[in-house]
Ligand binder design. Structure first.
Ligand SMILES: Nc1ncnc2c1ncn2[C@@H]1O[C@H](COP(=O)(O)OP(=O)(O)OP(=O)(O)O)[C@@H](O)[C@H]1O
Ligand code: NI
Length: 355
């Protein structure tokens, strides 16, 4: 078996604040295969952006990865130098964000900004760079690309500015696109256009996308696999079809119930009774237990480990006790991991060895 494009293993990222750590990402595992789209869903504040930013060493201050690993094509990213990371970010991995204009420089034309990226990361000469810009803008559905390349960011509507950002992100032909709610700042009709565009580009270019979204419709329509986040924890991970058909975590179940027709509506997280816990003060046991209809005695004793329901599906829920577990992060409050693997000086060894 070849290594997945992206392999996140037992990753924890905390914001070290004066009042203690905010555990925005806690002991999370997921993988993204080449050419696939992985959707990350969860309510506001559940840690989606922090997870996405952790993947490329772009966590905002005072955040830091405190545990775990992120491998891109088998290369460990969490210990890479800034110079190496920058190179990878320019050539292999790129980003798009919610607010397109926040990521464009208002003082330069969009053509200048995209040619800058090309100059830094390719061997193209000036003429070739400009041809590439026109080509990209045209491909992204921007009319009259030669003229529009001379325009400044404020001369674009929100949807058009996001197209420019996508053009810039794709300029160097990346393999992996990290997209953090790229449509949620746009009008609904424009959202649909951008989603379709990304979806088409993904297919045409064989792109892999890690797509953070609130929108279950996006997940259902465009994603191959999904990760459901709750209070810093990816509580469920697996292929979209199988998770929709048979959610394994009570939170996923509740989430899917709140989407009347999961093809065209966003879930309303507030219809699940209660509110998520404070990430600075997480409860003992399962992070969802206070809102969970299936709470059992085991749930308050310790964090559920990742149960492997099948090769492709993970669930952090004691309902699946009996399934084999993935060893969890040594720092996580999860003594069960010690039952499954030998602890040598606190270091847990991966039972599968090299992957
Ligand atoms: N710079 C920071 N300093 C301290 N805490 C932070 C910082 N950035 C984020 N957090 C906290 O980390 C948690 C996770 O935030 P994150 O932005 O990753 O969530 P999210 O799921 O992307 O939310 P949204 O859907 O609103 O974008 C939140 O509790 C947030 O308040
Ligand atoms: Ni976010």
């Amino acid at each position: 078996m070849t290594a997945p494009l992206l392999d996140v293993d037992r990753l924890s990222t905390h914001y070290q604040t004066p009042t203690g750590p905010v555990k925005a990402v806690e002991d999370n595992s997921l993988t993204l295969e080449e050419g696939e789209v992985l959707g990350v869903v969860g309510e506001s504040g559940s840690g989606k952006s922090t997870l996405l930013r952790s993947v490329m060493g772009l966590v905002e201050d005072p955040g830091e990865i405190v545990e775990g690993s992120v491998e891109y094509r088998g290369r460990e990213l969490t210990t890479m130098s800034d110079a190496e990371l920058r190179k990878l970010r320019g050539n292999d991995i790129s980003f798009i964000f919610q607010e397109p204009t926040a990521h464009l420089n208002p003082a330069y034309t969009v053509g200048d900004q995209i040619t800058d990226v090309l100059e830094a990361h390719t061997d193209l000469d000036s003429d070739e760079r400009w041809e590439r810009v026109y080509d990209l803008l045209g491909r992204l559905g921007i009319p009259s690309p030669r003229e529009r390349a001379e325009a400044y960011p404020h001369e674009f509507s929100g949807g058009m500015a996001q197209r420019v950002c996508i053009a810039m992100a794709l300029a160097c032909d990346p393999d992996l696109l990290l997209a953090d709610e790229p449509t949620s700042a746009l009008d609904v009709t424009i959202q649909a256009q951008i989603i379709d565009l990304l979806s088409d580009l993904q297919e045409d270019l064989g792109l892999s996308i890690l797509w953070v979204t609130h929108d279950m419709g996006v997940v259902a329509e465009t994603c191959d696999t999904m990760a459901v986040m709750y209070a810093g924890n990816v509580v469920e991970y697996g292929p979209v079809e199988s998770v929709f058909a048979e959610p394994s975590h009570p939170y996923t179940e509740a989430l899917l119930r709140t989407v009347p027709s999961h093809l065209d509506t966003e879930p309303r997280f507030d219809t699940i009774e209660g509110s998520p816990p404070d990430l600075q003060n997480l409860p003992d046991g399962c992070v969802f237990r206070e809102r969970c209809p299936d709470e059992m005695e085991a749930c308050s004793a310790r964090r559920p480990p990742y149960y492997e329901l099948s090769e492709e599906r993970l669930s952090k829920c004691f309902l699946h006790e009996g399934c084999s577990t993935r060893p969890s992060s040594p720092s996580a409050p999860d003594p069960t991991a010690l039952d499954d693997v030998t602890a040598d000086g606190g270091q847990l060894t991966d039972p599968e060895g090299e992957r």
